[in-house]
Design a protein. Structure first.
Ligand SMILES: O=C([O-])C(=O)C[C@H](O)[C@@H](O)C(=O)[O-]
Ligand SMILES: [Mg+2]
Length: 433
């Protein structure tokens, strides 16, 4: 007999989508006009549907499909079991050998990192379904919220006004930002539209002196506001120290100035500016060495690649134990993930830095009501589950775009996107400066 409380998974639906993305620049290249995401739906025998979201590139889809098949008949409450199921799914070795993840922003790929990214989408969907079945918000399932709103930072990017001519794309209304004045203007729009009070600039795009000038211009335009600069490891130790010296009085932290624990530890030992990372510490295995050597002072968690919301809390507890700060990293994502980030962030004590989110750059979504930023924060909903609802028309539209794509956009490739504008482009050797 099926009851409301029957938590057995009867069906899992996977829907890859392509969502519009503006021409945002980073050290590897530029964002493509459309980027893949995977929407996960877990349906219980009682007819309750939970939703999750994760990376949608082919290598994740290849894992998500056999993973989904193995979930039918299990309980949505069996969250620990998701990791056991993931271990049973083979990862094609060719997918991970020397491959760099998401434009190289997350270090060298491993089978485990791929598996954890897939698990996260399913874990969130199971938590959403479980919360709906029990009448509890996800934060209650994680132990309860310790704040009613989660603060986010404005994620500033150097960007072109448009994607290259002749490439199908959606127009955005942010305009060009390729110099300090453009970045300040972009920051003003972020504050007007969303009320953000912290600013992060994605760097590693222009020579360091130009990026120092952009941060200086922000400091002048927004005196006293927390500022961060993240070149994704594009600088040498000496360049990192030069930037740290030039911006020491205005930076809240410097994010991944240089690559690897050795170089980060060297920089950290010679500057008083805290170093944050989403590249140096990306797995539990990397924590011990980085913390012992005091290579990082803030870890930017990302529930997608740490394996879900429960692992994010475990990471936060380890950071707390070692006196290391914790906040959140973000790649391009939709409202389901913003809801998930907000739910878990609401449960983490000592979240001292505003979290990153790409969400303001996304004009499209798969949920019925876009999540609003008020005064730079997202309210923590007490609605059962994540508090979001799938819009099936929007989902179908964005899935159709994925079906219609010839494969060009189905795997994020910032280098390839840059080559459309500059056929000579190759990703710069690191350190770039
Ligand atoms: O904080 C970060 O390193 C990121 O957000 C990485 C992302 O991949 C970002 O650089 C991007 O999307 O271009
Ligand atoms: Mg970063």
């Amino acid at each position: 007999m099926t009851t409301e409380r029957d938590l057995t998974i009867s069906e899992v639906r996977l829907t890859p989508v392509l969502i519009a993305d503006p021409p945002l620049l980073n050290t590897q290249g530029v964002h493509q006009p459309y980027t893949p995401r995977l929407i996960v739906e877990v349906v219980t025998a009682a007819g309750i549907t939970g939703v999750g979201e994760t990376y949608g590139d082919t290598k994740y889809l290849e894992l998500a499909r056999p993973f989904a098949d193995r979930l039918v008949g299990r309980q949505v409450s069996d969250l620990g079991g998701l990791f056991t199921v993931a271990d049973e799914v083979d990862v094609d070795a060719a997918r991970v050998e020397n491959a760099l993840d998401v434009g190289g922003q997350r270090g060298v790929q491993t089978a485990d990192k791929l598996r954890l990214s897939v698990v996260s989408g399913f874990e969130v969907a199971c938590l959403d379904a479980l919360g709906k079945a029990l009448g509890l918000p996800v934060h209650a399932l994680l132990g309860g919220k310790v704040r009613d709103a989660v603060e986010y930072s404005a994620y500033l990017f150097y960007k072109w006004a448009d994607h290259p001519a002749g490439v199908p794309s959606e127009k955005d209304d942010w305009g060009e930002a390729v110099d300090p004045a453009g970045i300040v203007e972009q920051a003003r729009r972020f504050t007007e539209r969303y009320g953000f009070t912290s600013f992060k600039l994605k760097g590693g795009v222009f020579p360091p002196d130009e990026e120092i000038a952009a941060i200086r211009a922000l400091a002048e335009a927004f005196p006293g506001h927390p500022l961060r600069l993240d070149p994704n490891g594009a600088w040498s130790v000496e360049t990192s120290l030069k930037v740290a010296a030039a911006l020491g009085d205005v930076l809240e932290y410097l994010e991944d100035p240089t690559l690897g624990t050795d170089a980060m530890a060297e920089v950290a030992s010679r500057t008083s500016i805290p170093l944050a990372t989403n590249m140096c510490v990306t797995t539990f295995a990397e924590i011990k060495e980085a913390f012992t050597r005091d290579a990082v002072q803030v870890v930017l968690s990302d529930h997608h690649y740490w394996g879900g919301l429960r692992n994010t809390r475990e990471l936060a507890a380890i950071c707390r134990t070692f006196g290391v700060g914790v906040s959140m990293h973000s790649n391009t994502h939709l409202g389901i993930s913003l809801a998930a980030m907000t739910q878990v962030a609401s449960t983490i004590p000592g979240l001292h830095h505003a979290c990153d989110s790409h969400y303001p750059w996304q004009s499209e979504d798969v949920i019925t009501e876009r999540i609003a930023f008020e005064g730079g924060t997202v309210k923590v909903t007490d609605t059962p589950g994540l508090g979001v609802e799938l819009d099936r028309d929007k989902l179908a539209f964005l899935h159709q775009r994925w079906l219609d794509d010839d494969g060009t956009m189905r795997d994020r490739d910032d280098e390839a996107a840059m080559r459309v504008a500059d056929p000579e482009w190759t990703p710069p050797a690191v350190p770039r400066w």
